[in-house]
Design a protein. Sequence first.
Lengths: 231, 231
Amino acid sequence: MNTGTKKPGYSRSTEDYLKAIYELESLGGSAQTSAIAEVLDIAPPSVSGMVKRLSESGLLEHVPYRGVQLTRAGRRTALKMVRRHRILETYLTSKLGYDWDSVHDEAERLEHAVSDELIERMAMALGNPRYDPHGAPIPTKDGEIEEPDLVPLADVPVGKTVELRMVSDKDSERLRFIASLGLRVGVVFETMARQPFRGPITIRLPGSKIQVVGNELAQLLYCVIRGQEVG
Amino acid sequence: MNTGTKKPGYSRSTEDYLKAIYELESLGGSAQTSAIAEVLDIAPPSVSGMVKRLSESGLLEHVPYRGVQLTRAGRRTALKMVRRHRILETYLTSKLGYDWDSVHDEAERLEHAVSDELIERMAMALGNPRYDPHGAPIPTKDGEIEEPDLVPLADVPVGKTVELRMVSDKDSERLRFIASLGLRVGVVFETMARQPFRGPITIRLPGSKIQVVGNELAQLLYCVIRGQEVG
DNA sequence: TTTGTAATTTAGGCTCTGTTAATATTGGAG
DNA sequence: CTCCAATATTAACAGAGCCTAAATTACAAA
């Protein structure tokens, strides 16, 4: 009577791989071995080995030399890890006074140790938030996630009013720098000018504060365009 | 210039062994291989192997066939784990609505994943508590722990007024049963009678509620004697 | 079509932490 | 003092997950 749908209980490594692969898939269709290796800071042959084990467990499908795709079961677990990570980040920020640039590492470790119950209690205590402190959408308990339609600041035309909606949580230094420019999730500002050749972008923040943002950074600042300045 | 005192970063297993050995030492002088194996639910030869590695790391001293004792470094780490565990239990109980019978397992996993900073933030949010929900003393940040002088209820003479101060957190079912008797840390009651031959003890709780407690359970209920009833 | 380069996988090894089976030591009972 | 039972250790091995070096495959450029 055991249909194989008991308590999964995957290893820390397994959880890390699934989450990483999920995040790579969200960007471009399927995840390459070398990309996984890069994200997890592991040698590519180690990834080959692990991918084999994970595909034998039915968590992903592997076409040798081509890449990897999560199965339904794999995606379910990956989304659970994403939910855990983002609830944890939100909790640490709202309830324990962490800054948005210091929650990532803590959540990265805790996400493997918490129970479902603890996560749901935290979510409850937070009023079931839909976004984490970096603006990333939090998957629901049953694995649904909003796919927000955002534009990197680097691609916003000049003269638009935009709202900053999401920033990558990975690099703590970068987050500190972003905050030091006066940028935070929810801030509304205007694009004033952009230099050619992937040059920096000038923006006007609330209070008419002017800042210049390099192109590389601007690619990681995800915005919604809210309106258009009168020329 | 590396004196070997950098960031420890011990494995999950190492942390479990050290904590278990610390707790065994608190009961009877030194920890036997079989006792460690029992507590950690591991085969004795595995313990022999691990003990060898831990003693090579300078965390404990091992006299073959005799037993094991923590070194200063070992005790420091053990007490850190105990602090983590007890702060976590307290936090989960006070801030996230857990019952005293359900916090142990959660804390057991989290204690390996949290950072020092998170524990200190939790402790701060709780007002630096000195006892966990089961009445166990919480070691300070620098590894000092109160050694409360408590008497098992089983050893309290009849006719005394006592306060329940501490209960083992290990067995969730037992904790539920204890609570169902009306017993909680801090409750003051009187010993009314005791049957011979390790028989049960009759107590009178606040509101004159009478309960009977088996001897085995009574050995795990640690009390202070507060006064004496007039014969 | 051939060929070079980059990406990937296979082969072989290592550490950690666990297992069981066999052996050694200790300490108490006779 | 001897011997047995309990306890502990050693030996041999397993598997997860990492590594490097060598072999293989894919793909694009010539």
